[in-house]
Each structure stands twice: as structure tokens, then as C-alpha cells.
Ligand binder design. Sequence first.
Ligand code: BG6
Ligand code: BG6
Ligand code: GLC
Ligand code: GLC
Length: 887
Amino acid sequence: MRLHDDQLKEISARFQAEMKKGLSSESNAAAAVKMLPTRVRSTPDGTEKGQFLALDLGGSRFKVLQVKVREGMGIRRGGVEMEEKIYPMPKELLIGRGTELFDHVSESLKDFLHEKNISLEKKHPLAFTFSFPCEQATLNQGFLLNWSKNYRARGLQGKDVVQALREAIDRTGGMDVEVLAMVNDTVATMMTCGFDDQYCEVGLIIGTGTNACYMEELRHVDLVEGDEGRMCVNTEWGAFGEDGALNDYITEFDRDVDATSNNPGKQIFEKMVSGMYLGELVRLVVLKMAKLGLLFDGHVSDALRTKGKITTAHVAAMENYKDGLKNTKNLLTDLDLTPSSDDCVAVQHVSTIVSFRSSNLVAAALAAILSRIKQNRNLRTLRITVGVDGTVYKKHPQYPKRLHKVVRRLLPECHVRFVLSDSGSSKGAALVTAVAQRLASRRRQVDETLSPFKLSQEQLQLVKTRMRSGLEAGLKSKGPSTIKMLPSFVYRTPDGNEHGKYLALDLGGTNFRALLVNFKKGLQQNSRLYHKIYTIPLEIMQGTGEELFDHIAQCVSDFLDYMGMKNAHLPAGFTFSFPCEQTAIDTGTLVSWTKGFKATDCEGQDVVSMLREAIKRRNEFDLDIVAVVNDTVGTMMSCAYEDPQCEIGLIAGTGTNVCYMEQLKNIEKTQEKTGKMCINTEWGGLGDDGSLDDIITPYDIEVNQNSINPGKQRFEKLTSGMYLGEVVRQVLLDLTRGGLLFRGHVTEALKTPGIFQTKYLSQIESDRLALLQVRSILQQLGLDSTCEDSIIVKEVCGAVSRRAAQLCGAGMAAVVDKIRENRGLDHLNITVGVDGALYKLHPHFSGVLQETARVLAPQCNVTFLPSEEGSGKGAALITAVATQKQE
Ligand code: BG6
Ligand code: BG6
Ligand code: GLC
Ligand code: GLC
């Protein structure tokens, strides 16, 4: 049992390897030392406050407490007041039914409330120190991996003990208690000591059992998402050796202790170290020596043969400085032995060797933890405090000194301070709970803020109904309608016979595009496409009409140069993604600008003429503008070229809109009454008459008021890329002002309209992104966030984009059901051609949209086909159809 320093160093190295094994997700399952993440991310900082009940279960004493934490200011930490009562824990409960154990716990709690005159009406937050290995996904949950020490209650292993406690409290009744956090005793001890010493980042227990926890870098904790900051890891080092790692140090006495224990094969290290076993080890050695005739003249008493007759308290007494030998004599006499003074010296020596081995082993394992921390932080020297608790450490007169000495010898380069936890672990548990309480109340407030974004099935059904009435009203020639239902003069989708070279211009999405498309008859796959993208500066979007169209003409000129086709005089199609009143395929009067455009002198004008005039002004090239089409129509045509079932076009991009093939007989505005025509619905206008006010949130109102077209495009403002980021920003502003985000600091970045572009929303919501990456996106945007902040930002984005997708899905359900009813069908199979950055780039938008449409239009089987080449190709197809008709 004597271990010299080389051996201790070796044991230390082995334990280091075990820690690594436990931390890695690959080897954790097979690791003996479980390295359990505790969800505790920081040591106390003095801002903790509140009044808590606490339960302390698993050490040598079961206690109920009340802990009051007063907040401190600046570097001055707050104060803590505690009242406690120790309750008996009958032995039979330790090995009885789990429910009975917890009933006893909760009845003791109730008794405590009575005795201390604590109100039974008020809700009391509770901190739970539970000194056993638990897997924790959150602070208020803990699945018991296995019992250790003297506990073996049935029916709790693998169960959530917090839930078991809650159920017991319910069974007892008459108390309003909320269990907010559960912590291991090591963690609670570290927190207790951390309240007075900011260097305390290790918690150590040498009591009935033994264990340690420490602050590990989160990037090394594979089992927890995130890479930044630290998390306290409960090592459960008592299990060290379960896989044989200590076999060469194990004695026959250790084997005996293990074989007769509650949990044979388990907690091998603990059985060499902790209070529950030290006395027994001494007894077994003394017994063997007596049997060999080395003690008591070979006399062995029944008492000496009886398990448990020598306890850790005896070990401590035997090693007492002054009275050690006297105590040894008394103990041996009590065991019906008649020891000589040599016997007493020898037995005292045995005791010393056993307890010395214990402190040496703890020193070796602790040295492993400390040097790991030092390596993690890349430090040459480490200044650190270890918070310690447990009866062995507290009651054994020599133990602390021996331990400290060996640790310092093993780690000469570390300045290690040991602090005894004066007030047990409950103070620390309450501090953890205070943080948990703050988070829980933040959670509630965030949930409340986001709840208006969560639409019920009934609300979505209502949106579908309103969309349907809007579509019907728009088809009428008279009466008001927020949905314009503009005839497109496109009568059919392509049939594959289109051929020739066409130019297409595409204005109104994120960018302006010029394209050249070459169609070959019957060879859809082989159509060739060349394009170039141009950005339209904001001052052009919002300058004069002439400037805007001159700019377009300049881009076209550049494109023709680039293609070497300046003199080709090509037929051209113009995708113009705004509402236009059309009387023919090649004229379109702009009804009103939408999205980010506001160029003057365009509304009420024919945009084709404006483009022709700009080309004329430039006097450099000529174009034959054959068709003007909305982007929805272009998208539908482009997808229909691949899939003849495609009779709907959907855009979910900067703006949102839908077109579909309607029966001419239903369109009052047109003369013809047979066949079909594509209708550009301009569904973004739904709600402009207030019909969506019941789902509109204060954030939407703010976004609408700050937009360039207040009161217009209300549906679009709830659903499209140009606005979603702004809605998110408004929510974040509100949460920040309420102190729930960014530490309450409203920064310039957050006050900047437009910082959250759709692409950022898409990135933030990507499931593949670690929190750290979310933080770095926010950082790029000038938003300094903590981990918790990033989680909330991601949630806000999720709520806003989900609502958008659901609303589009509800709208789509109205459209497909209308088409189905037009055709008098019970069941409709139809394809929707889709385009737009929101649909294509957002990780969840398309899924939620499709699912909503499926649920709200159960009689339709809707296939969504993303457009490959944008709507420009569709415009070219329409041009081809139109020119070939002319031919
Ligand atoms: C106490 C803690 O201070 O130390 C207990 O509050 C913990 O929860 C104990 O288990 C460890 O010591 P022992 O000796 O009572 O097992
Ligand atoms: C493109 C079309 O493919 O999709 C554009 O060609 C359209 O005309 C756009 O407006 C919609 O997407 P976004 O995301 O650019 O608005
Ligand atoms: C046992 C438990 C552990 C606890 C320790 C000290 O080892 O498994 O969770 O920390 O005892 O009480
Ligand atoms: C806006 C426009 C509409 C366009 C849509 C998608 O809603 O008004 O015409 O189709 O954005 O780009």
C-alpha cells in the first residue's frame, strides 16, 4: 500500500488518459471515468441572488436548508445566510424502493417548511444536491447512471431523479416547490468555495465517497454542443480502475472490500480512498495480521471478524496526534481484544498506511486534473484553488496536510490553494440555482415574446380562407380587392417546340440579370443559356425612372458587348417583377412599386415603352421587346418547360407572389371566355385592408411603418426575404431593451435597418452550424453575443421564418384548392415552379411551406419544383411562344 512518487506519477498519467477517454464522444461509452457534463458554465460572479430551499442527499447526512443569497455590487460579492436541519435517513430506505426514499425526502422538506414557518402558499425555488453520477442534458434534469456508496434504492437507475423528486413532492402535497437545478456535491462544493475565491475551479470530495469536478474547456467536452467557454465536468473519478486500470496496485484487501460491497466491480478507486471503506481496509489488514500471529498473540475476536466494526472515525481517532495510541487501545479493547502496547503501535501504523495511501491516490488524481487545466490554458504556472469537503478531509487530523504536501510535490509549478467548504454544498447549489432561475425567467419572457408568431391550425385555416376570398374578389371586374389578379396574356405553358435565340432581361429580384437563351425544338435539356448579373444601386432603385431605365440599357449594352452581339437585333423578353396592368403580352403599366424600388415617374407608365425609350436614347443597339412578364410567370414557364404539370409559379425571395393558370371564363376583366390564362395574383397585397390584423404583431407594425410603402403589401411583409430580417431585428431590439439579450445594450448595429439579410437568417438557422458559428455571424454583423444570446437569436429567426413559411403554405393551399374546384376534381396533382432566395437558401422554409400546404389542402398532391435558371428563361420562352405565334 505504500506508493512512492514515481508510482503516483504513473497513476496520475493513467488518470489523465482516463479523463481524455471520458471526454471524447468516441470512447466515452466504454470509458470507466464518465466525465459528466454538468451544464454549469461559470463559477459565481456575485450577481446571483434570491431565496432558495435546498436538499442535500447522498453524503453521510441528509439535510434540508433554506439559503438566502444577497446580490453584491462590483467586486464585492453578496452575502449568504443559511438555516439547516439534518434529518435521519433510515438504513432500510437506502436499499428500499426509490419512491419511498423520495417520499421521505419530500416529507422532510415539508416538515422543514413547517418548522421554519416558511409560507406554504408561495412558490419556492429549490436546489438539489444529489451526490451520485447523473447524466444531465439540462440543469433541471438528471438521469441516475448508477448508485454508489451505501445507496441502492430500487427503480431509480436510468430515471430522471429531478422528476422523481417532483413526483414525490406532488404526492406529499401542500407545497409549491419548483426544482430548478440539480448538482453533484463536487460541483456544489466548487461553487460554495468559488463564492469567496474566484480561483476556485475544482471541487473535491473525500467523504463517504470520493469524487472531483473541474472547469473544462467546452471545446473538449464532445458531448456538449458549442466550443466556447467552459463547463464544469463531474469526473466521477471513484470509478477509476473499473476497467482494470489499477489492477497492479490493488491488494488482496481491496479485493475483499470490493467483493463484499454493495456494488462489486464498481467504484474501484473510491474503495481505495473514501470514508466508507478506509476503516474496513484497516480491519482486514489487522485481521490478517492477527491470524498470522503477528498481533494479539494470534488471538482473533468475533468483533474483529465482523464487517464494519472499524470505521473511518476510528481511523481518524487512531491517528490523533495526542491521543492516537490511547484511542487505538480503546478501540481494540472494544473489539474484545487485549492489545499489547506494541500491538497498538502496529495497528496505528496500519491505519496510517491505509489513510496515507488514500491521500496519495487523491493527490495523484488531483494532480492529473490540475495539470490538465494547466495544459488546456497553455500556462507555465497555474494558480488555482481547490474547494474541498467530506468527513475524511474534515475529521482526519493529518489528512489535509499530507494531501496538500504530495500535490505540491507532484506539481511544483502550480500554486494550489485548498479551501475547506465551511458551509457544505448547499450554498453552492443555491448559487447554481440562482443562475438557473434567471435563465428560466428569461426563457419565459422570450417564449412570451415569440408566442404571437406561433400560429395555430385554426389561424392558418383562416388565412387560407381569406386568401381564397381575395383571389375571387380580384377576378371580378368591379369592387375592391387587395389581391390584384392581373391578367398576363400568357395562354399556355411551353410545349417543347420553342426554338431560336432570345434575349431576356430580369429586373426586380436581388439582382438585375441579362440572359441569352438558345432553344432547340424538342430538346429541352439542350437549351443553352448565357447570363451576366448586375447589381442595381439603391440610389438608382429610388432615383428617377429615366435614370433607372438608362441604367438598365447600359447593362444590356454591356451584356451585348460581352456576347459580341451588339448588332443582332434579338427578340427580347422582359421579366419585370412588379405588378403591371397588361392589355397585351408586350405592354405593362406599373401599378405601384413594391419591395425596395421607388423610382419616380414610373407608376402609371408602360414599362416597355420606358425601356424602349431608354434604348433609343442610348442609340447604340436595338431590341425587339416582345413580352413583359412577372417573375412568377417566368418561373412557371421555365419549370413547365421541364414538367408539363407545372401550372403555378411561386416566388419566395425578396418579395413573394404567385401566378397560376386560371379558366378565362372566371376572369371578368378579359374578353375571351374559353381556355386558360395565367394570372399574376400579386398575393403580397393580402391584408392591405386590415384583414390580417389579428395575426399581425407589434413588430410587424413597426416594420410596416418603417418601410417605403407603409400600409401596402402586408402579406409580403410577413413572408418575404426583404422583411423577415427586419422583423427579427425588431424582436431583438425589444428583447434587448427588456434586458433579455446582449446584456441589455442596444448597440448601433442593432439599430441599423437591413442588417439581417435573408442569407444571414438562412445561415443562422442552419442545423449544421455550431453555436460558435452563429456567434461569429452575429459578430460579423457587429453584435457581440454570449452563447445564450446566440441561442435566443436563433430561436427568434426560427419563429419568424416558420411563420412566413406557414403563411405561404396557407396561401398556396387556397390556390391549389381553387384550381382543383375550377376543374371539378376530387383530387388534383399539380406542380409549382418555385424561385427566390428564401425558398432556395433557407434551411427550413421550403419544408414548412410544403407541409402546411399538404395539411391545409389534403385533396391536392402538390409537387414543388425549384426553377433552375431563374425566371429569365421563362421570359425567353414566352417570347419564343409569342414570336412563333406571330410567325
Ligand atoms: C457535504 C455535502 O458537505 O459533503 C454533501 O453537503 C456531500 O452533499 C458531503 O456528499 C461529502 O461528505 P460526506 O463525508 O458527508 O460523504
Ligand atoms: C429569380 C428571378 O430567379 O428569382 C427574379 O429571375 C426573381 O426575377 C427572383 O425576382 C426572386 O428571387 P430573389 O430572392 O432574388 O428576390
Ligand atoms: C460517489 C458518487 C459521486 C459523489 C461522491 C462524493 O463517488 O458517485 O457522485 O460525488 O460519491 O459524495
Ligand atoms: C413583389 C412584386 C411581385 C413579384 C414579387 C416577387 O411582390 O409586387 O410582382 O412577383 O415581389 O418578386
